[in-house]
Write a protein that binds this ligand. Sequence first.
Ligand SMILES: Nc1ncnc2c1ncn2[C@@H]1O[C@H](COP(=O)(O)OP(=O)(O)OP(=O)(O)O)[C@@H](O)[C@H]1O
Ligand SMILES: [Mg+2]
Length: 198
Amino acid sequence: MTSSEPPGTTPLDPDESEGLLHDHVSTREELNQLEEANIQLGQEWAQRRAVMTNRPVDVLIETFLFELHRRMFHEVWDWAGKIRKTNKNLGVDKAEIRPEVRKLIYDARYWRENSTYPPDELAVRFHHRLVLIHPFPNGNGRHARMMADLVVQQAGRPPFSWGDQSLTSTFELRSSYISALREADQGDLAPLVRFART
Ligand SMILES: Nc1ncnc2c1ncn2[C@@H]1O[C@H](COP(=O)(O)OP(=O)(O)OP(=O)(O)O)[C@@H](O)[C@H]1O
Ligand SMILES: [Mg+2]
């Protein structure tokens, strides 16, 4: 499975692939379709709760962040919404995930209260920090993009376009996304903010 993945994806550990809730899935395309249908449901759930309502829940809350991942993947993976139990080539040590997520949430709330950054930059910084933590066995990119969309929507801005096509399947787009993330790793957020709005 690993060698055919586009760049910047996290390989699944064998025991994590075992968390697949469907036993008839044999190709990556089938898996993608199942995941996409589930993500769609998660997105509708999030929009109803956090955007299209008179009493939106704040998305900068730990329980919301984990619940969103669960809603995006719970029909496909039994580890949906659960912190990863193994270390990866990307992401903090598994023991640091919970405290790092908590710190990120506090930082982002502070940025919001103090208008430390313009709303797009705030949401993109949040996205970048979250994928660097890499809380879940998989789905970190898609989850962190949706979180950023919700954060920016709650600031009254439209959701991001993230290159305007499927980042998971378009090789070139994915490469620009990953290189913008790498520039953010070096402290320059501008390319990622630009990418998020293309
Ligand atoms: N050098 C890097 N710096 C920061 N983040 C990175 C880097 N390389 C990869 N990432 C992030 O890790 C994500 C991949 O992690 P994972 O496979 O858990 O997410 P995913 O949702 O399955 O992936 P996808 O982006 O294909 O939808 C990428 O989408 C990207 O956000
Ligand atoms: Mg992945």
